[in-house]
Write a protein that binds this ligand. Structure first.
Ligand code: SF4
Length: 732
């Protein structure tokens, strides 16, 4: 439905929240006759947004009009060392320059460094600071491909789980969010729905009003766990064991859907053989649950219909994360839950949005780069390593542990849509790298962050109110157009403009570098001569419809009452066998375990490291921040004050260390340490401590929990292992 009209002198503009959240809310922005946004609200006509916004974005104008927004390009003053700057005085380290000066100087450095060290010495670093299709990856990718810069493997959040899911189902589809209201059981697995997937919550509440039970599996008693019918506080990283233990009981008791399995799946017999070893007693020893609880959970899940499983992203951020997601994803296949409307599972709906990424990102431009090929790939979850070790031996002409690594050291880091100085694992290694005098760092940002403190140039970035974009979602099935509501503040500019301008200065003559955002939206939609999209599930969409309506459902979700969407219930799948894969020939061919299994992490209570560092650290996200975004805003910090800079400990673990509630403690391991205030929390499993992610520069000690996390990778997808971390705690 088109955005409602406002009475003059106001107008209402349809935008989309581009923060990294499954809900991708339709946001109506009221703008006054001076061009100032005066109100943001959820669009009541969008069936998932339902007219409300979360606490983070309801106050969004505090962010857009914050007095400390970066509004102009900045260049580090000569002689000012890189490193943490005093909060509120960061601007003193920089000189204001014009965009022309900044772009000319950056282009000159890129050219010089590319010629001297090779273009792969340039590393872009970006993630989901915006998930708009253009903002996330379009002109930037064209630019870096044409330059021959290293490619970034964007693994930090969802790659392990995404690949794991696709090994089972081929593509990421989910139970439609609106259908969860029909479920009779909702199993929230590592999913703090009330905290960070708030638009699913009304459907959970509707289901509960109709008698559904909510069970939450989470080591931490989140807001969602606190109001659940049953909260199961399992030990971190033991999810695969629990899922396999549930399968053991389901198969032992004949609760599986034999007909569905026979028709729709591949490798069932081998899975059945594997789960035999996952007896309730063994699984109880790993998870900290009782055997009776595991049996109750398995029976309740397998015998309640419809049963909806909401699996969220934290589960995959363990060494065993890929196997965990695979095992959990197989549960609805085993019970046939996909057949029932309101049943099934949700990880992500992103597989349904078939954007024309090649047209948008133009990987073919790599052939025109000085390399004449696609560049090497650097894993973003190992940024510390990339900045301090990658290619160093080659540079020195010596042999060493990294001699096998391809390509030159990184000499340029170009950061946008991300704040690696706060969010990247192994913070101390990242900072050592960022401190290098021979590293040229550019950061495109809205605010001074942990990363801008190390920048040679800081460039002002727009918010989603200040540019146009198109967006899908990973929590619903609507294509949405985010119109530009207001002029950019100061000289802030969007990613598309920035990389288009840099391309001109680098002398790239390809016409695609002059494409306008609207042209690029049409390319993403693959608009054909008849005005309609050629993308799967979007054939009914025209740009003009989207402009008028704001949001349009994908084809299979156009009339959910008449034609409900039941993912994986029928038809061939995009897996090698065309079926749901319990057994993966792909993994077998790669010499990996083709079946999911539980393997204790290198850093877990069962490992040798635990002799020195016996406590498992849960580095938690904040309900009112988006990773590190919003952490600088006073109103948002106030909402997180209760657990901010606290270390939550089980009373037994505190007593062993003679630590009292409210005392200062030091949390440490071989990678680093930080001081926090102890806060006793009996709802945590014993042996587990929890602390929240914050900006390093907002901690008195100038560091954050990523000083403790490692660059070890997940079993599938090369993801970060934020939740496989051991520490010790002592009085400060
Ligand atoms: S952060 Fe999520 S819930 Fe909040 S407004 Fe954005 S999309 Fe909606």
């Amino acid at each position: 439905m088109a955005a409602p009209a406002a009475s003059p002198p106001f107008r209402i503009v349809h935008t989309v929240c581009s923060h990294d959240c499954p809900d991708s809310c339709a946001v109506l922005v009221t703008v006054n006759d001076e061009g100032r946004a005066v109100k943001v609200e959820g669009d009541p006509s969008q069936p998932v947004t339902k007219g409300f916004l979360c606490g983070k974005v309801a106050k969004y104008l505090d962010r857009v009009y914050a007095p400390d927004r970066i509004l102009y390009p900045l260049r580090r003053k000569p002689g000012v060392a890189k490193g943490p700057l005093e909060r509120g005085r960061e601007h003193q380290a920089f000189d204001r320059v014009s965009w022309d000066e900044a772009l000319d100087a950056i282009a000159a450095r890129l050219r010089e460094i590319s010629e001297r060290h090779g273009p792969e010495s340039i590393l872009p670093y970006s993630y989901a600071g915006t998930i708009g299709v253009l903002g996330y990856g379009s002109m930037d990718r064209r630019f870096f491909h044409r330059l021959g810069a290293s490619q970034l493997d964007r693994t930090i959040c969802s790659e392990a789980g995404g690949q794991a899911w696709n090994l089972v189902y081929g593509k990421k589809f989910s139970t439609p969010t609106e259908d969860v209201r029909l479920a009779k059981l909702i199993l929230a697995w590592g999913a703090n729905i009330h905290g960070n997937n708030i638009h699913l919550w009304p459907f959970v509440e509707a289901a509960r009003r109709n008698g559904a039970r909510l069970i939450v599996i989470d080591p931490y008693r989140t807001r969602t766990a606190a109001v659940a019918d049953w909260h199961i506080a399992i030990r971190p990283g033991t999810d695969a064991a629990l899922a396999l233990g549930m399968m053991h009981i389901i198969l032992n008791e004949g609760l599986e859907d034999r007909a569905y399995i026979a028709e729709r799946s591949h490798g069932f017999e081998r899975l059945a053989e594997r789960v035999r070893e996952y007896t309730p007693e063994r699984v109880a020893a790993w998870t900290g649950m009782t055997a009776a609880e595991i049996e109750q959970l398995a029976r309740e899940y397998a015998t309640t219909r419809p049963a909806a499983l909401r699996l969220n992203y934290g589960v995959q951020r363990c060494e065993n994360g890929g196997a965990s997601v695979r095992a959990i994803a197989m549960l609805p296949a085993l019970t046939g839950a996909w057949k029932h409307r309101g049943g099934g599972a949700q990880l992500s709906t992103s597989g349904a949005f078939d954007w024309d990424e090649d047209a948008l990102r133009r990987p073919d431009l790599a052939l025109a780069s000085p390399l004449g090929r696609l560049a090497r790939v650097v894993n973003m979850s190992q940024l510390g390593h990339a900045l301090t070790e990658l290619g160093q031996c080659r540079e020195r002409g010596t042999k060493g542990p990294t001699e096998q690594e391809d390509g030159p050291p990184v000499h340029v880091l170009f950061v946008y849509n991300s704040n690696p100085g706060a969010v990247a694992p192994n913070h101390n290694a990242v900072c050592r790298g960022l401190m290098r005098n021979d590293l040229f760092t550019v950061v495109h940002e809205q605010f001074f962050t942990d990363t801008t403190d190390y920048a040679d140039y800081v460039l002002p970035a727009t918010t989603f109110l200040e540019h146009i974009d198109v967006q899908g979602a990973y929590g619903h099935y609507f294509v949405q157009l985010s119109k530009q509501a207001i002029e950019p503040r100061g000289e802030a500019r969007p990613n598309v403009w920035l990389f288009g301008q840099l391309a001109q200065r680098m002398g790239f003559t390809e016409a695609c570098f002059r494409d306008t955002p609207e042209e690029m939206i049409r390319q993403a939609l693959a608009i054909g001569a008849d005005g309609h999209s050629k993308n799967a599930n979007m054939e009914h969409i025209t740009f003009e419809d989207l402009e008028r309506e704001g949001h349009i459902p994908l084809a299979f979700h156009s009339d959910p009452e008449a034609h409900p969407f039941l993912p994986y219930a029928s038809g061939p799948l995009a897996t090698p066998s065309g079926k749901i894969e319990f057994f993966s020939e792909t993994l077998a061919a790669a010499g990996l375990d083709p079946l999911p299994g539980f393997v204790a992490a290198t850093e877990s209570r069962w490992s040798k490291v635990a002799e020195r560092y016996p406590l498992e650290l849960l580095g938690r996200k904040n309900d009112n921040y988006m990773n590190s975004t919003f952490a600088n805003l006073p109103g948002h910090r106030k909402m997180e004050a209760r657990t901010s800079q606290r270390l939550e400990m089980h009373p037994a673990d505190a007593a062993t260390r003679s630590v009292a509630d409210g005392e200062r403690v030091r949390v440490f391991n071989d990678r680093g340490s930080l001081e926090l205030t102890a806060m006793l929390n009996p709802s945590l499993p014993a042996g587990v401590v929890a602390a929240r992610l914050d900006w390093a520069k907002l901690h008195p000690g100038g560091t954050n929990i990523n000083a403790l996390t490692s660059e070890r990778l997940t079993d599938i997808g090369g993801g970060a292992t934020f939740y496989s971390v051991l520490v010790e705690v002592a009085k400060a």
